[in-house]
Write a protein that binds this ligand. Structure first.
Ligand SMILES: [Mg+2]
Length: 264
């Protein structure tokens, strides 16, 4: 039997309930829009998500954001003030215009020509997102249970300033981790094997002595599998895993990892 020495955690939608934070920030921002002009808030949210995605994909640093793992809706509230790669400076310059233009185009798609409101909503969304640093109900119970018995490492894809801000929004969460690895600081994101190897080096363990916990098959599960590490997929939405990426274990919520780890 292999002795488990370390547990590696993804951050977004594994320990932090980012989906809910983003969803509620959209709802609050679109509700404000509906107070200013005649617009259906759900239709506006759908239009802005679509326009933001298309605009984000049109930017020169888009391949870099994909490689690091920064999605279009993170781009709507990120400032990109940190990170050594020159692409972060390009993103820092693009961000204000991206925010305004995404909301202005979303309004326009619904027949509302109002760049001034687009700007206001573009600035309101980040403020609304920053008010909502949600964690799952069991996050701290799970971390408390594991702390002391295993080394804990946080392995997150994203922009350094934004991931640090997400962590700062949840006081004391960083104190649980022996190491925190952010793809934007390391230079390459999950599922690349190099970031998993870097994590193993920091922990001073072999791949068989760690287990990766994450909600995303194409990053957390694929990458950990590539280095020979066991993994647990948190499948919140009851998705099919398919044949290509096969997790060692699958659960539907975070707290279910505890009995698996106890027997690993
Ligand atoms: Mg995640």
């Amino acid at each position: 039997m292999m002795t488990l020495k370390a547990v590696l955690f993804d951050l977004d939608d594994t320990l932090l309930w980012d989906d809910r934070s983003v969803q509620e920030a959209f709802e609050a921002t679109c509700a404000e829009a509906a107070r200013q002009v005649t617009v259906n808030p759900e239709e506006l949210e759908a239009a802005v998500r679509k326009e933001a995605r298309a605009l984000y994909e049109s930017y020169e640093p888009f391949p870099f954001t994909k490689m690091i793992g920064i999605n279009p809706f993170e781009g709507l509230w990120a400032n990109f003030t940190q990170g050594e790669n020159e692409n972060f400076r390009k993103l820092e310059k693009l961000a204000p215009g991206y925010r305004t233009e995404s909301w202005t185009r979303g309004l326009r798609a619904l027949g509302i020509e109002n760049p001034e409101l687009g700007y206001k909503l573009g600035e309101l969304f980040p403020a609304e997102r920053r008010k909502r640093p949600f964690v799952y109900e069991e996050t701290f119970r799970v971390l408390d249970t594991l702390k002391g018995s295993y080394k804990l490492l946080l392995l997150t894809n994203g922009s350094p300033d934004l991931q640090k801000e997400k962590l700062a929004g949840v006081p004391s969460i960083t104190s649980y981790f022996d190491h925190i690895v952010i793809s934007g600081e390391f230079g390459v994101g999950k599922p690349d094997v190099s970031i998993f190897q870097h994590a193993l080096e920091l922990l001073g363990i072999r791949a068989e002595e760690g287990i990766m916990i994450g909600d995303k098959l194409t990053t957390d599960i694929l990458g950990s599998g590539r280095v020979g590490m066991r993994n647990i997929w948190i499948n919140h939405h009851g998705l099919q895993s398919g044949d290509e990426i096969v997790p060692a274990f699958e659960v539907s919520r975070l707290q279910e990892i505890l009995p698996i780890i106890a027997n690993a």
